[in-house]
Design a protein around this ligand. Sequence first.
Ligand code: MN
Length: 749
Amino acid sequence: METKQAMSPAEEERMIEEAFQDVLDGYLKSNHRKKVEIIERAFRFAKEAHKGIRRRSGEPYILHPIAVAKIASQEIGLGSTSICAALLHDVVEDTDYTVEDIEQHFGKKIAQLVEGLTKISGGIFGDKASLQAENFRKLLLTMSEDIRVVLIKMADRLHNMRTLGSMAPNKQYKIAGETLYIYAPLAHRLGLFAIKTELEDLSFKYEHPAAYARIAEQIRESEARRAAVYSDFSAPIKEKLDEMGLVYDAKARLKSVYSIWNKMETKHVPFKEVYDLYAMRIVFDCDDQSKEKAICWAIYSAITDIYKLHPDRTRDWIAVPKANGYQALHLTVMGPDGNWVEVQIRSRRMDEIAEKGFAAHWKYKIGESDEESELNVWLRTIKDILDNPEPSAIDFLDTLKLNLFASEIVVFTPKGELLTLPSGATVLDVAFALHSELGIHCIAGKVNHKLVPLSHKLSSGDQVEVLTSKSQQPQPEWESFLITAKAKTRLRQALRKNRQPVVAEGRRLLAEWLETHDIPDNNAVISKLQGTFHVPNREELCYQIGAQEIVLGEFLVKGLKKQAESQSSGIFSKLLKFNRKSPSKESDNTDEPSPRQEINTKETYELHSDENGSNYKIAECCCPIPGDEVMGFIDDNGEVVVHALNCPRAQVLKAGFGPRIVATRWERVSGKSLAHVRIEGIDRHGILQELIQMISTNMVIDIRKLDIEAHDEVFECDLWVRVGDVGVVSSLCDKVKTIDGVQSAARIH
Ligand code: MN
């Protein structure tokens, strides 16, 4: 390639014209309408615009857009609009021409595609992570407007990867990483299998040159042996297919260098074990699409007459195409050498879809009312997310990256409907996938008729039933086990929606209360309230008032009035925000702990709490609740930390810090504490609803968290409830034990 620099201008000119003619020839052989004139014009325009510019390799720049147009046309199967956009894709970016110029010469559609390509030309990894995400988002936004932008971008990326050798080494690494991280998974999602494989191999070659060379060498060495094994295996099959009168191609499917390496790395197996597992692909011609399925199964039957079938490795991607449109029939049989061999059976049409992906769908589309492809569903999901933008662009990138990388699972609804989900998806993902309302009110699921918690991870082939309850409310913790971006977005929306009326109610109550007591609504007053109740901002304050977690009482009035008068000093009110531990109005510098000597360790310390706070802290290790046998430990801040008497940490404290231990007694304690209860029993239909009904409706106990696990017929339920004291917990346990099927119910310490 280096010799190009030595070419004469005339030779170069001829090479450019030949390269373009090659694009045109390929296009003329395709099924597209023949719009040669506009393609010619686009070529002349681009050639003129890039005139005199060279790539780093020394070749004329125009050869790059020509190559991209060729890939778009011949490897992806796009038509004249895309070919023009590909030829012009770097004109706006690299020359003085504008999008308006393009529109004037080539019309709106081509100009829009070029604009989209220019916008995403910066690459995904900028200097700042959030910018990367923003860019990626733009890329997808544009993509959902017109998928061709992304397809041409793929062609651009593929050509850059093919010519990566002439790039500066630091750029090589960046581009290769980006390709593996974003473009290869995207190509896979778009069904561009051949391009995905090539992108992976090329990235791998630049990122791990030594490993690439080693595997490539091993492939060469084992070529002859492998060819012999394949020919032994395929000969009787071919004979049978000939007898059946089929026109077909049969070949050994070669594993890519990258996929071999990937398997060696992830499965920790040597080259021989990966490479020896080869596959055969049969592609047959068939003019009548309605007969394809029957022919696939006829071939299947012929092969299983010859070789022994692996009982559970048949994959019917015809009845259930993959999300990216892939269709084929796969089976695995025992070869003559005792190795399992995968055979893929496809019609010519299916093969084109597998290799060229999305674009091939257009070619075979019958009529206008063709069913919406699975890919469109995916694109719509992305649009869904984009239509409801979340504040954090980074989150968006993360969820999306997850979706692009995850392999997929297929699950069934009780009605036999199929859902494609990323692997790791949970029951709650399914609920949200079916309907937002189902997600919001989901309490558990039945997977293959067994009761499972919301967070249960699904496997391919699971039958999933979603159980709901009207009283169920969406919980923020759910987000931790949701996998799909759609479910996460919908959960966040529901949480926000649930919160808004409560905040509004709180705002109203607060305003009313302030007015009644003639207290002005100013920063000093609100800061003071925030400090008293330990809430970070006004919204949270209103929320807690609205939810009646905070009750505004008379005891607040005096302090607030005083506070309101000091409003004039802005700094003072700021200080208060930080000193919220101190409810006292006199202390300006309240960082000092209240003096320890105030607590007389010889006397029993009375534990008090009310709406205004408490004179103790609950130890996080054992979380005692009022009524438990407890003891106090005076911590470094002079505060009494309450431990359960039997808490292991308390034993250590008693031994080491005797003088700081104080006897305590629950006295005048109000408010709620969290208690953990475990219920075990025999699973039966409806038992969960009964449990929840009894606790939440009959006993009016607030359930904060619920975890259910079912193994075979037995279930275990972990419950976190908010209670006033231990008495409530024991009556809860007693009541729950009366439910048919419940074996035990006890508090967990
Ligand atoms: Mn380019």
